[in-house]
Design a protein around this ligand. Structure first.
Ligand SMILES: Cc1cc2nc3c(=O)[nH]c(=O)nc-3n(C[C@H](O)[C@H](O)[C@H](O)COP(=O)(O)OP(=O)(O)OC[C@H]3O[C@@H](n4cnc5c(N)ncnc54)[C@H](O)[C@@H]3O)c2cc1C
Ligand code: SF4
Length: 819
């Protein structure tokens, strides 16, 4: 019988350990249960900096989404904290009161932000003062972004890696950022004072104000933050304070459960907790041979050893500690450090090169003829070579300057060749040179393909050049261009226009037909199915041949999967208008199926949250209302204000027009979701300026049409496409714009990216002025799609596939607030 493996902590170390265990066949050896206090799958914490700066969308940082766990038969409890380990009963208890037995237990609880004692940081009984944040989790990052957008001045406390990242990221949201650091120079744990001073210049050149040697003693402000006070009495005005003063291993649970804890949870070379044959710990929560680690590279080594040990793949596996050589991109500045940052013995040799103007600083420390440390700032081209010399302790060139400059010494390319197989190239994702070479040897000849296959270069990006060099070297100069960048979906080597022409010419009407005809070797590709299904449905309307497995779970059951594995059901409410009869029916259904939460959505509809998958057909049948498409890559909703009919300011009948638009375009497939609004005057109560398409009534009975707006993770005011005289014109041009977008946008490209890419002037010329004569064709194809519309819940009660409504995910009880 499989043994029960429980993992507490679903962060980078916990999830990576489980991946390594599965790779060694551990899926057959163990029934795996994971608890993660954060309500998500597993994400790359390193990339929070890029989410904060807006360079990366949240969706791009997930390493494993919730589906991955289900697919690997891992019972994930996201958003559930473990509160106690009973080592004698061999169970863990979680905050919801659940008890889970284990045969083997892994703690991977990571670190918490360290918050120094500063007066006014907390409000009694209410957590942090309003405007105070730490920087550790996705939720912290979201909170910071929301708050920063509405304010002007930020102070970041802490001038280490995290503080610099926070300061740089905040600059995307507000104009004034001050970094306050208590030590005498920035990144003092990694850099000497000279390098710190050069880094400061580079950071100031980015527009960040830097105050060093300054200890923050008090947060000012009664209701919300208004500033900070420093130990010398100075004050700095601000509306937001981010505390990024370091991290502390999260050992509370281990301590409470009686495990041996010093600075971290004490483990031996097999990552086993002291005197506990079946409890292990990995990651930042661990103390091994007196060391704790705050970067990912050591965690990957620990994860491999633990997986080897637990699965028996290598009974001799042992972790001997990591030498921390690090290559990072901090606030856009390249940094590589290893070993000693400065000489600390009289006979240590040093070579230092500084070029302040370019922000370059390089230094090496040599002891007994071996590299004992190096610091590279601004120019890290020699990092790979130096990291190798540091890791292997290999002899150094007699002419020491060759360590820093290519005076006939090893060039970057040579160092790619000479790099040891086990050398870690991508620290963020723990990818070795051997893994990259392996991907090339198995036939991947593009840098992007190798990155997809290994994840190398998909973290902070500082290793991308080296990854490219290794791919080039391994491919013997036969690297191919990454053509796939222009493909519509990854599995079919064609850009959207060619793909559409071929599909039309060959009359391919189902996803499997497209794969059979156009994919290399006819191979089906899971990542391409949704995009193709959407495209085909748009192109063929009623003639499209539906295959259920080409759909995402939401599209298979016509409801929105939630984090606990239940679904949310949103009946249609055109233009946000409902009737007492509808409300009564919704209330009855909510009671009958014990729906845990009934909520108004931002799009003026009612959401029934927490419906079990197997209840969905009955819920829809009892509601007897059309679906509101709250889940699909499709036309969703038209928000309206009360407009002319009731409002004192109304200039146009926004409600009637909104309902007409929603009735016409309901359920329409599109490359990404479409949210619309119609508002009765420029006071904009329905927020039409920030919708994919927004209509605003103006003086003289006219209507303005805006396109490409957004007010989600991305905020953009739409561009004025045109102003028209009648509601009919609005409906006609809305159809044209939507059809043009459906035919030309990339898969998952929202209008806020599509409209600027095309340019509103060009769109106006094509759609409104019809300069190329496309209008009639667009109208005709849109009419065909509309005619083919069927409400999925009206199609009859028969199952589309036998397992359509079988539960597939373990249902997890989430804490719920029901008024
Ligand atoms: C903004 C930022 C930038 C960074 N940049 C870099 C970088 O450039 N390079 C680098 O090498 N490293 C970087 N790091 C550090 C890196 O992210 C960490 O080393 C790594 O995430 C640690 O992994 P972990 O699994 O040990 O801990 P974590 O990733 O913190 O995961 C621990 C998880 O355990 C959960 N947990 C804790 N207690 C419980 C409980 N009782 N029950 C259930 N779940 C629990 C937590 O919610 C958390 O999700 C950065 C970190 C941050 C925050
Ligand atoms: S947008 Fe204008 S018409 Fe509509 S509710 Fe607001 S004020 Fe009234």
């Amino acid at each position: 019988m499989a043994r029960r493996l429980v993992v507490i902590g679903n962060g980078m170390a916990g999830a990576r350990t489980v991946e390594e265990i599965l790779e060694r066949g551990g899926g057959d050896l163990f029934d795996i249960t994971m608890f993660g206090a954060e309500p998500y799958g597993n994400y790359n914490r390193i990339l929070l900096s890029t989410v904060l700066s807006g360079a990366e969308d949240e969706s791009g940082i997930f390493l494993n989404d919730v589906d991955w766990y289900a697919a690997n038969r891992i019972d994930l409890h996201p958003g559930v904290r473990v509160t106690r380990i009973d080592r004698f009963a061999r169970t863990v208890t979680d905050e919801l009161g659940g008890t889970t037995p284990y045969d083997k237990l892994i703690l991977a609880t990571g670190s918490d932000a360290f918050v120094p004692p500063i007066a006014g940081l907390h409000r009694p009984g209410r957590g942090y003062h309003q405007g105070v944040f730490t920087f550790r989790t996705l939720d912290d990052t979201r909170g910071m972004i929301r708050y920063a957008r509405e304010h002007q001045r930020a102070v970041v406390i802490g001038g280490g890696l995290l503080g610099l990242e926070a300061a740089r990221g905040l600059q995307s949201h507000l104009p004034h950022v001050t970094l306050v650091h208590s030590a005498g120079h920035l990144m003092n744990a990694q850099l000497d004072s000279q390098a710190g001073a050069i880094l400061r210049r580079s950071v100031e050149a980015l527009g960040i104000e830097v105050v060093i040697g300054a200890r923050t003693t008090e947060i000012l402000g009664k209701e919300a933050v208004t500033g900070v006070r420093l130990a010398d009495g100075r004050t700095i005005r601000c509306d937001i304070v981010v505390v990024a003063a370091g991290i502390r291993p999260n050992t509370a649970l281990a301590e409470r459960s009686g495990l041996d804890v010093e600075r971290g949870i004490v483990v031996d070379d097999q990552m086993r907790c002291l005197d506990e044959p079946d409890i292990y710990a990995v990651g930042e929560c661990v103390q091994h041979r007196g060391e704790t680690y705050g970067l990912v590279a050591p965690l990957w080594e620990q994860a491999r050893v633990l997986a080897d040990h637990l699965t028996g793949a290598d009974p001799d596996a042992a972790y001997h500690g990591s030498r921390t050589a690090t290559k990072l991109k901090v606030a856009g500045v390249d940094v590589a450090t290893m070993g000693l940052k400065e000489p600390d013995r009289d006979d240590d040799e040093t070579v230092v090169f500084a070029e302040r103007r370019r922000g370059v600083y390089q230094s090496v420390v040599i002891r007994d003829g071996r590299l004992a440390g190096a610091t590279l700032l601004g120019d890290v081209s020699k990092a790979a070579f130096l990291i190798q010399a540091f890791d292997r302790g290999s002899p150094l060139p007699e002419e020491r300057i060759r360590l820093l400059f290519d005076l006939g010494g090893p060039s970057a390319e040579t160092s790619a060749a000479e790099l040891a197989d086990e050398a870690q190239v991508c620290n963020c994702n723990g990818v070795t040179k051997a893994a990259i070479v392996g991907a090339v040897q198995s036939g991947t000849r593009t840098v992007g393909g190798v990155a997809d296959a290994t994840r190398a270069g998909k973290g902070c990006g500082s290793c991308k050049t080296l990854v490219g060099q290794i791919v080039e070297w391994a491919a013997g100069g036969e690297v191919e261009e990454d053509e796939s960048a222009s493909w519509y979906v990854p599995g079919i080597p064609l850009a959207k226009p060619e793909l559409m022409t071929t599909i039309r010419n060959m009359e391919l009407k189902s996803v499997s037909a497209v794969f059979a005809a156009l994919a290399p070797g006819g191979a089906e590709d899971a990542r391409s199915k949704m995009g193709l299904a959407s495209l085909l449905r748009m192109m063929w309307a009623g003639e499209y041949v539906d295959e259920r497995d080409a759909r995402f779970i939401n599209d298979r059951v016509h409801a929105n999967i939630q984090r606990d594995g239940t679904f949310s059901v949103v009946p249609q409410m055109k233009g946000g208008v409902t009737t007492p009869h509808q409300l009564r029916r919704i209330a009855d259904v909510a009671e009958r199926y014990r729906v845990p939460m009934v909520k108004l959505t931002g799009g003026q509809r009612i959401d029934l949250l927490g419906v079990r998958k197997e209840d969905l057909p009955a819920v829809w049948a009892d509601l007897d209302m059309p679906s509101g498409y709250a889940y699909g890559k499709s036309f969703r909703t038209v928000k309206t204000c009360v407009g002319l009919e009731f409002c004192r300011f109304g200039l146009g009948d926004s409600t009637t027009l909104g309902i007409a638009i929603e009735s016409r375009f309901q359920g329409l497939e599109s490359p990404a979701k479409l949210k619309l609004a119609v508002t009765g005057c420029p006071r904009n109560c329905a927020e039409a300026y920030v919708k994919d398409l927004g209509v605003v009534a103006v003086e003289g009975g006219r209507w303005e049409i805006y396109v490409g707006g957004a007010a989600g993770a991305h905020i953009r005011k739409g561009d004025l496409l045109t102003t028209v005289d009648t509601a009919d014109e609005v409906i006609r041009l809305t159809g044209r714009f939507l059809q043009f977008y459906r035919e030309h946008a990339n898969w998952l490209e929202r209008t806020y990216a599509f409209v600027p890419r095309y340019g509103v002037d060009r769109l106006r010329a094509l759609i409104v002025d019809d300069v190329d004569g496309l209008g009639a064709g667009l109208d005709e194809r849109m009419d065909a799609s509309i005619a083919a519309y069927r409400d999925p819940w009206k199609e009859g009660a028969a199952l589309a596939t036998p397992g359509q409504f079988r539960t597939s995910l373990p249902l997890i009880a989430l804490p719920r607030r029901v008024p």
